[in-house]
Design a protein around this ligand. Structure first.
Ligand code: AMO
Length: 423
């Protein structure tokens, strides 16, 4: 007999089915016993009585929560139950018993601290809430790829072990690479630019490692970025692409993940966009009495933008050159770099890049970086490199903001932070 998924039970009323899944609850009403079973498609109430075969009627009480069982039974209409039908069990058998007690309760009846849940993430993944978050994240990933293919971009994979910093700065993990020292990539910046200068329009889902020492609710030491790069494009063009991309993904999640959004209590709206120069944001914040560093937005300023422009992707562009990495194109006294703020937090940085080797050398020097370490990167612009622009969107940040999660660790399956390397 082939396995039936719980979502397909409604099409099998009156038929005998084989179900496999996890036990979330057993209820004992002396003459009958209820087993609530779930699989990846939903849950269902099943009913055992004295004639049940396999695990005997009396032993059903001993089936521990989260154990994996299979059962054979007949689907019967049951309008009073919340499912509208139930399964009358013919036989139950154990596939894999869960040990007791469970170290964390996936039923969400009790509120377990996030640290404890992450210590047992494999069991926390049995919880419906956690599953819903990652089902939605999977749709975000799918939406990104669908949008990009539709846009005519090509997916590429880029190296994670690198010889020189890709963003400048010091937040890098070093690794032993045979006789040499290498680095774990902070971003695929330099490589995606080389790709845009040959293949024109590319995207990748890239894992980035940053050795930032602080532990915050919005930073991870290992995070995923949606990276996009386009030739013959400037900052304005790629901001438009970003808006369309985010709108596409949000729409897709709203359509494909209704049930999950509802269960998480999340109401989504497709965001609009707003363009503000960095100078304009400084003026606004001055009026609001919010302090800002000269070349960056403060967390408080980002929050304020979220309040002033609800449900909007706010592009802060014409960013001061001093506040952007060496690869961002200068523009007057500012740059062609931008940040995108959504729901009060930065989700993306991007901009037009420097594609002239001479100017690039100047910019690297201005950042105190060693030209020798960037030799191949500089050389890559010597043989026909068009102007180009792009951005990087943080997947976990985006998921966290979309779902109103209060800690970015909720939006990554196995977080890596200052204190956590396992599981
Ligand atoms: P940036 O460093 O701003 O830009 O990163 C892009 C986006 O990635 C996310 N992000 C992070 N998420 C969680 N934890 C972190 N430690 C972390 N760091 C970054 C954020 C951020 O907006 N190469 C450029 C992009 C470009 O110009 O194309 C870059 O990496 O959402």
């Amino acid at each position: 007999m082939e396995r039936t998924l719980i979502k397909d039970l409604k099409d099998n009323i009156g038929k005998e089915v084989l179900l496999k899944g996890w036990v979330s609850e057993i209820r004992n009403l002396s003459k009958v016993k209820f087993i609530i079973l779930y699989d990846r498609t939903g849950d269902i109430q099943s009913v055992a009585n004295k004639t049940t075969e396999g695990v005997s009627f009396n032993a059903i009480d001993d089936i521990s929560k989260e154990s994996v069982i299979e059962l054979i039974g007949t689907v019967k209409e049951h309008p009073e139950s919340r499912w509208g039908f139930e399964v009358l069990i013919k036989s139950v058998s154990m596939i894999a018993a869960a040990e007791t007690p469970l170290p964390v309760d996936p039923s969400e009846k009790s509120q377990t601290h996030i640290d404890k849940r992450l210590d047992y993430r494999f069991l926390d993944l049995h919880s419906k809430r956690t599953q819903n978050i990652f089902k939605i994240q999977s749709t975000i990933l799918q939406g990104f790829r669908e949008f990009m293919y539709q846009e005519g971009a090509m997916e590429v994979t880029l190296p994670s072990i690198i010889g020189a910093s890709s963003e400048g700065g010091t937040d890098l993990f070093t690794i032993k690479y045979f006789e040499k020292q290498a680095l774990l990539s902070q971003s695929c910046q330099l490589y995606k630019q080389m790709l845009a200068c040959s293949m024109e329009k590319i995207f990748t889902v890239f894992t980035a490692w940053r050795a930032e020492k602080h532990n915050t609710v919005r930073h991870l030491n290992e995070s995923r970025q949606f990276d996009y790069e386009e030739a013959f494009a400037d900052d304005k063009r790629v901001m438009t692409v970003l808006t369309q991309c985010v709108q596409f993904i949000v729409k897709k999640v709203m359509e494909d993940r209704k049930k999950e959004l509802e269960s998480l209590g999340v109401e989504l709206q497709v965001p609009g966009e707003e363009y503000l120069t960095f100078e304009k944001v400084q003026e606004i914040m001055k009026k609001e009495g919010i302090e800002m560093p000269a070349h960056d937005l403060s967390g408080e300023a980002e929050k304020k933008l979220g309040v002033l422009y609800p449900n909007t992707i706010v592009y802060v562009h014409d960013w001061p050159l001093e506040g952007k990495p060496f690869y961002i194109m200068p523009h007057g006294k500012n740059s062609k770099g931008f940040d995108a703020i959504w729901k009060g937090m930065e989700i993306t940085s991007g901009g037009q890049r420097v594609h002239d080797p001479k100017l690039l050398e100047e910019r690297l020097k201005a950042h105190g970086l060693d030209l020798a370490a960037f030799k191949d990167y500089i050389n890559s612009f010597r043989y026909g490199a068009p102007p180009h622009a792009g951005w990087g969107l943080g997947l976990e940040r985006f998921t966290m903001l979309m779902l109103g999660l209060d800690n970015i660790r909720e939006a990554v399956l196995f977080p890596r932070d200052r204190d956590r390397l396992t599981p």
